[in-house]
Ligand binder design. Structure first.
Ligand SMILES: Cc1cc2nc3c(=O)[nH]c(=O)nc-3n(C[C@H](O)[C@H](O)[C@H](O)COP(=O)(O)OP(=O)(O)OC[C@H]3O[C@@H](n4cnc5c(N)ncnc54)[C@H](O)[C@@H]3O)c2cc1C
Length: 429
């Protein structure tokens, strides 16, 4: 995990590396405006500029060799509309802070990622997700967006706009999102249970029932064997989820709190052992005031059709002797299909196969290539914010609205103000 350091060009404290420290941003200036008007002036005057969220992505998606702008200095107002069941907040707000506001007022979001440390605009821009077969990714909650365009104008978009489903997962290429309106619901409580010891065969025989046994279910393995080490089941106490058949599936209830990454402190994790608590203190695995995950790591993740879950995991298992030496943990989750053009779940209920690697880029890169080869028959869609090698030609065929998104980029940003090497590679002009 990288520390924030001072950027001499602007005398503003911002991270000049990403959170993981594997990307050093090439930007010459890093702006931290304190008002939307100042932001508009900065963007309007820029030849090339990218928005930076909390820097939790692992690739060069946020990077640029020109200017970066962080919204961390903008005032954060949180406005709940109880009639529309929405909340509107600044794009730079972190989910953990927004969740506190909402819970205090009796509301909840439908889901959260494994960590609450990430910004709302940055997470939605990459289709960040949690788990739960009925739960769309976090961007599916977006009902409205305000963004600063390449010309420095402030533009508001909502679901009545035909381009809206393209703009929401925008990869930072359509403007700087200053405000996001999200769907909310009455607050709810979750009880989180951890089980251990799910054999590969029990998983194969019971996959659908296991995935349905909670509001959000995560499986963890280090691939030193074909079996699953931990099953995390988050059950809403206001819903009747199908039961966890621990005996039938050969599971043992954990006798104390667990961390998904072997050897990491359990204090960093949200409360387990079936003790019910507010949604935002159970849906993420990691607590806001502690280091999420392991802190020294790289990540990759691939979404494949949920119907292929067992076959895809078996394919990964065929190369587990290559994976295990550079892996900290692998997490398996489900995500519901949606209509967002660049969502990894576009029109496809998905199973997400995630890898928390060691922080050794040279050792990990060939294993990422091997995973992509093993998963190729399942047309994997890689997480936009994590490490992957699949090229634009292959990826374009996996998204029905790929060309529409390329045209959207050209229309919203004709002079390429928000372009960088990543967008030029995947969506060439
Ligand atoms: C420990 C850890 C755990 C993680 N767990 C999960 C998980 O459970 N599920 C999951 O799906 N992902 C997970 N991720 C990945 C993470 O959620 C994504 O990479 C997410 O995009 C990070 O958000 P951010 O605010 O840090 O965005 P950044 O990494 O800063 O930026 C990501 C993209 O968003 C754009 N962007 C940022 N702010 C704005 C803005 N205001 N306007 C326009 N564009 C903007 C950037 O230009 C860039 O293109 C995890 C990452 C880490 C480090």
């Amino acid at each position: 995990m990288a520390d924030a350091v001072t950027n001499e060009a602007t005398d503003v404290a911002v991270p000049v590396t990403n959170w993981a420290g594997n990307v050093t941003f090439a930007a010459r200036h890093i702006h931290r405006p304190t008002s939307v008007d100042e932001l508009r002036r900065i963007v309007g005057a820029a030849t090339r500029i990218r928005a930076l969220g909390t820097g939790h992505s692992f690739n060069r998606l946020a990077d640029t060799d020109a200017e970066l702008v962080s919204l961390a200095g903008l005032p954060t107002e949180v406005v709940v509309d109880p009639v529309a069941s929405t909340v509107t907040a600044g794009g730079g707000i972190r989910y953990g802070e927004l969740a506190e506001h909402l819970h205090t007022r009796g509301y909840a979001l439908h889901n959260l990622a494994s960590l609450p440390h990430i910004s709302v605009a940055g997470a939605c821009a990459t289709a960040t997700h949690g788990s739960g077969q009925g739960n769309g990714n976090l961007a599916t909650a977006v009902r409205g967006i305000e963004l600063v365009t390449a010309a420095g104008d402030l533009v508001a978009l909502d679901r009545s706009d035909p381009d809206f489903a393209g703009v929401v997962v925008g990869l930072g290429g359509l403007g700087v999102v200053t405000s996001v309106t999200l769907a909310i619901e009455p607050t709810f409580e979750i009880a989180q249970y951890v089980y251990q010891g799910l054999s590969r065969d029990a998983l194969a025989d019971n996959w659908a029932r296991i995935a349905a046994s909670g509001y959000s279910v995560s499986l963890f393995t280090d691939w030193t064997s074909p079996d699953i080490d931990q099953v995390w089941v988050k059950r809403r106490i206001d819903r009747d989820h199908p039961p966890v058949d621990a005996d039938g599936w050969g599971l043992t209830a954990a006798d104390g709190p667990r961390h998904p990454v072997p050897g990491m402190p359990v204090e960093n994790c949200t409360s387990q052992l079936g003790v019910a608590g507010p949604w935002h203190t159970r849906l993420p695995h990691f607590r806001l005031d502690f280091t999420p995950s392991s802190g020294a790591e790289l990540q990759s993740e691939y979404l494949v059709p949920v119907a292929d879950a067992v076959a895809a995991l078996d394919a990964v298992a065929t190369i587990r002797d290559r994976i295990a030496p550079v892996l900290q943990v692998c997490e398996i989750r489900t995500v519901a299909a949606d209509e967002l053009w660049l969502s990894m779940n576009h029109r496809r209920d998905g199973v997400a196969i995630h890898f928390t690697w060691t922080a050794d880029t040279a050792a990990v890169a060939p294993v990422i290539a091997a995973v992509e080869q093993a998963l190729a028959p399942f047309a994997p869609r890689p997480h936009w914010g994590k490490l992957f090698g699949i090229g634009p030609d292959e990826l374009a065929g996996r998204y029905e609205r790929w060309n529409d998104f390329a045209q959207l980029l050209a229309r919203h940003d004709p002079t390429g103000v928000f372009r960088n090497d990543f967008l030029d590679r995947y969506f060439p002009r």
